[in-house]
Design a protein around this ligand. Sequence first.
Ligand SMILES: [Zn+2]
Ligand SMILES: [Zn+2]
Length: 81
Amino acid sequence: MEKEKIECPKCQWEPDGNAYWTCHCGHTWNTFDTQGRCPKCLKIHQQTQCPACSQWSLHEDWYIDLRGWTLKWEEFEKSKN
Ligand SMILES: [Zn+2]
Ligand SMILES: [Zn+2]
């Protein structure tokens, strides 16, 4: 299977596998290992901050492929009405 392409929607920084993200519970981990869910307290973080540009984006917006799918789905929803 092809590796998912992930990058910051704001500056195109690509996660390098390091643990840059800290949950409010104090746990630090790589949020892309768990798709935004803290492995310690299991809270789902819908917004992900970029360690490179410090801007917040929706976690799903980081997944390039998923972004395309969401867009198609929105168009489909619109065309129904
Ligand atoms: Zn960024
Ligand atoms: Zn946590």
